[in-house]
Design a protein around this ligand. Structure first.
Ligand code: PLP
Length: 374
């Protein structure tokens, strides 16, 4: 199988696997037991927090809370706002992942004033519009760091400063699920105005079902899950020691420098695509994740083509890649003003650090054959 869908999920390495297995077999004890210091069950959480603090340059490991992934972390942010302020304006971008969009819409139904910050035709958040929407009434701003479909990066540093300036009491959250492990992030420098940040291990070669929320010191989160009081009372549920051990091992293996080569291979892919057919590559010319290429084929169903390619052993994503069973085109493309039919013909190729040029050539050959036979 040739796997070119790394924005959907990634493969765990041998060391991630052995870390997970160790804490499911030999060191299987409960991390909250009073004996944890003797069994070693307290180690994975501590390591995961210090690894996350290192990779994001956060002040201290105590600022990380671990969850079942980014969906839970994103939902938590909105649930916490609803229980602390009860009213006010919430700003999200028009291209957020459903795990941000849907909790935000739920709060709108409960009486919050939800406003969508538009993006331009490349998928970049319009800072002018954001500036106009910001006011002291804003309680939460949530803007994703990197888009899952197009890979477009938002200027989180600049957005944070704008928020601080015009809505000083608002919380600034970023869903950094696609950014962590692919680009440099510094929570004490460029991203110093970020209050809350979501991440998910399976997007950077860690296990599925584990992720978390960075929470800047001094910010009080209302727990989403209550019960046994784990995570310093912030998130109940037995600590996922195998998952956290895997997350820590995956962070340890992140090599941002490898993405320079990934970018070169993505650019090669895009050059070759343009030779194949009148293909529209989305978001070229704006800052993008180095591994992501999102393109539309004329008069073609992206979903059908993705299925055809999968039958031939090549896994890529279509617009509906993140939402199970959905046949709808990528929301992101529609929000960018891309025509509905063009959006339906979209395909996302997302490379990993190990993707080879030979694999890309194999994909290009299969794509060419499919286009010629249709
Ligand atoms: N946010 C973004 C931008 C994503 O791409 C995804 C997953 O595709 C999520 C959130 C949800 O992450 P998880 O699978 O950890 O719930």
């Amino acid at each position: 199988m040739i796997y070119l869908d790394n924005n959907a999920t990634t493969q765990a390495s041998e060391s991630v696997l052995s870390a997970v297995v160790k804490y499911m077999s030999k060191c299987f004890s409960n991390a909250s037991a009073t004996t944890a210091a003797f069994t070693g069950a307290d180690v994975p959480r501590r390591n995961a927090a210090s690894q996350m603090a290192k990779i994001l340059n956060a002040e201290e490991p105590e600022t990380f809370f671990f969850t079942s992934g980014a969906t839970e972390a994103n939902n938590w942010v909105f649930a916490s706002i609803a229980s602390t302020v009860r009213t006010g304006t919430i700003l999200i971008s028009s291209i957020e992942h459903p795990s941000v969009r849907e909790p935000a819409e739920r709060l709108a139904r409960q009486g919050f004033n939800l406003q969508l910050v538009p993006v331009d035709s490349h998928g970049v958040v319009c800072l002018e519009a954001l500036g106009r929407l910001l006011s002291p009434d804003v309680v939460l701003v949530s803007i994703m760091a990197a888009n899952n479909e197009t890979g477009v990066l938002q200027s989180i540093g600049e957005i944070g400063e704008l928020v601080r300036d015009k809505a000083p009491t608002a919380l600034f959250h970023t869903d950094a699920t696609q950014a962590v492990g692919k680009i440099a992030i510094d929570l004490q420098k460029e991203w110093k105005e970020v209050d809350l940040l979501s991440f998910s291990a399976h997007k950077f070669n860690g296990p599925k079902g584990v992720g978390g929320l960075y929470c800047r010191p001094g910010i009080d989160l209302t727990p989403l899950l209550v019960g046994g009081g784990q995570e310093q009372g912030a998130r109940s549920g037995t600590t996922n020691t195998p998952g956290l051990a895997g997350l820590a091992a995956a962070v340890d293996e992140i090599e941002l420098t490898a993405f320079g080569e990934v970018r070169q291979k993505r650019d090669y892919l895009e050059q070759q695509l343009l030779k194949l057919a009148p293909i529209l590559i989305h978001s070229v010319g704006v800052p993008r994740l180095p591994n992501t290429c999102c393109f539309s084929l004329p008069e073609c169903s992206g979903d059908d083509l993705v299925t055809e390619l999968a039958a031939q052993g090549v896994i890529v994503g279509s617009g509906s890649a993140c939402s199970s069973g959905s046949q709808e085109p990528a929301q992101t493309l529609l929000a960018m003003g891309v025509d509905y039919q063009v959006a339906l013909g979209s395909i996302r190729v997302s490379l990993g650090p190990k993707t080879s040029v030979e694999e890309l050539d194999f994909f290009l050959d299969r794509l060419k054959e499919n286009l010629m036979s249709s």
